[in-house]
Design a protein around this ligand. Structure first.
Ligand code: 5AD
Ligand code: SF4
Length: 438
């Protein structure tokens, strides 16, 4: 059958989509390009914020027409499926299957069952979580590889639905992770990103390797030149992890460290387990170990009870760190979460005004930081050619910034040295350093 996977949400979801695609291909199905000509459409969902959920339901409205017209098989996977469980068949009676994030390994079985007219649903946490173990084929990203090292979250931040829909933390055995990275390196992967809701808690309480030990193990694998990880919780950034930034050559000079708010009162209501000064101490320690390290983060505005003074504290924290980029969101109440019952809802107009002030200032800081790179020489991993011009190449610095420059398409997937000549809002312009033979 020809299938399409529509995807919402985070890097974890991108990776889950790759995993499902690989399972389906292994079962003899083919990836299609166009929803209209597909035999099956699988929608991989995210319910972390209200907006993603709204987008999902409007997409399902459109897919319902396709179902009526052509009998297309429709499946829903991921967090919304888990959140709704069997109720999803009442809300969307025209779908054929629903699989929670821990059950995506059953996608081929669900699809084949649907072809025979059957309906499949699977939710809940499997004790050995086979979904964690699927190794996706290296189909989409050439030299970049993604490895899930843990799933779930035990933190219960008061606004967050993840612990309810993705379950408790569960780590993969380090020997399996290391074997997978070795195998990736053998296939020519040079950049590895470790994925998990809270990678710093990897193997917390287990006998196996700690997260910093795992990083050292990967650093030693020949062929891997860049190592990244997402996402980290500030409270779990240990001195050992900070030290890795000074000692491991492959560990890229960037870290995604969500702060969520700069106000200690709001951080406590969020159940984050750190204060703004605790966060800033970790930032300082990281900068000390790794001068020039780039920080990115997530932040929420309009959390229940957020006053102007709390928001000003968020603005101050952002000014102090000078992030390279921040994903900022307006708070939305999520099912199951304790914050949904907190008093002091912030009026939407005020929340929007705060968000746009925050984003405007952050855009200016990002631009400043990109301009500050003008005149520097950086290593770029070339990811591909520009869509508009074949002799334009595009890649990323170790700090994660996009660089566009002129160069021979033969350099795609190679590491090159580039001089930065201009910094823009979202990217850098570079010139390939003259190297004999290039
Ligand atoms: N409302 C708004 N933003 C949220 N996030 C998580 N839950 C919510 C919510 N209920 C944001 C956090 C998190 C990112 C992935 O999504 O900033 O780090
Ligand atoms: Fe959600 Fe907090 Fe866990 Fe992140 S650490 S997934 S925000 S509960």
């Amino acid at each position: 059958m020809k299938f399409i996977i529509e995807n919402f949400g985070c890097q974890m979801n991108d990776h889950d989509m790759d995993k499902m695609g690989s399972v389906l291909i292994d079962h003899g199905h083919v990836a299609g390009k166009d929803v209209d000509e597909a035999d099956a459409v699988i929608v991989n969902t995210c319910c972390i914020r209200e907006k993603a959920e709204q987008k999902f339901y409007s997409l399902m409205g459109r897919l319902q027409h396709l179902r009526r017209k052509k009998g297309t098989i429709l499946g829903v996977t991921g967090c919304i499926a888990e959140q709704e469980k069997e109720n999803i068949f009442e809300r969307l009676p025209f779908i054929d299957f629903a699989l929670g994030p821990s059950n995506i390994h059953r996608v081929a079985e669900a699809l084949e069952n649907a072809a025979g007219g059957g309906r499949t649903s699977a939710f809940g946490d499997n004790t050995c979580s086979p979904s964690l173990l699927i190794r996706p084929h290296n189909t989409r990203r050439g030299i970049k590889g993604y490895v899930t090292i843990m799933k779930g979250c035990n933190n219960f931040c008061s606004y967050c639905v993840v612990p309810y829909v993705r379950g408790r933390e569960e780590s993969r055995r380090s020997e399996d992770v290391l074997a997978e990275v070795r195998e990736m390196a053998g296939r020519g992967i040079v950049e590895v990103t470790l994925l998990g809701q809270n990678v710093n808690s990897y193997n917390n309480g287990n006998e196996d390797l700690s997260f910093p030990e795992l990083l050292s193990g990967i650093d030693a694998i020949p062929g891997i030149s860049r190592l990244r990880f997402v996402t980290s919780h500030p409270k779990d950034i240990s001195p050992e992890l900070i030290a890795c930034f000074g000692t491991l050559g492959t560990l890229c000079e960037s870290i995604h460290l969500p702060f969520q708010s700069g106000s200690d009162r709001i951080l406590s209501l969020m159940n984050r387990g750190y204060t703004s000064s605790g966060y800033l101490h970790k930032v300082e320690a990281l900068k000390e170990q790794c001068p020039g390290i780039a920080f990115t983060a997530d932040c929420i505005v309009g959390f229940p009870g957020e006053q102007d003074s709390d928001f000003e504290a968020t603005m101050r924290l952002m000014e102090t760190v000078r992030f390279d980029g921040v994903f900022s969101f307006i708070y939305s109440a999520r099912r199951f979460t304790t914050a949904a019952n907190l008093p002091g809802r912030v009026p939407p107009a005020i929340a929007h005004e705060r968000l746009s002030r925050f984003q405007k200032r952050q855009r200016a800081i990002t631009l400043d930081s990109n301009r500050a790179m003008e005149g520097s020489r950086v290593e770029v991993l070339v990811e591909g050619q520009s869509k508009n011009s074949p002799d334009e190449l595009s890649g990323r610095t170790r700090s994660g910034k996009i660089v566009n420059f002129r160069g021979n398409p033969g350099l795609v997937y190679k590491l090159v040295e580039v001089d930065i000549i201009k910094g823009y809002a979202n990217s850098l312009r570079g010139e390939l350093r003259d190297t004999p033979g290039r």
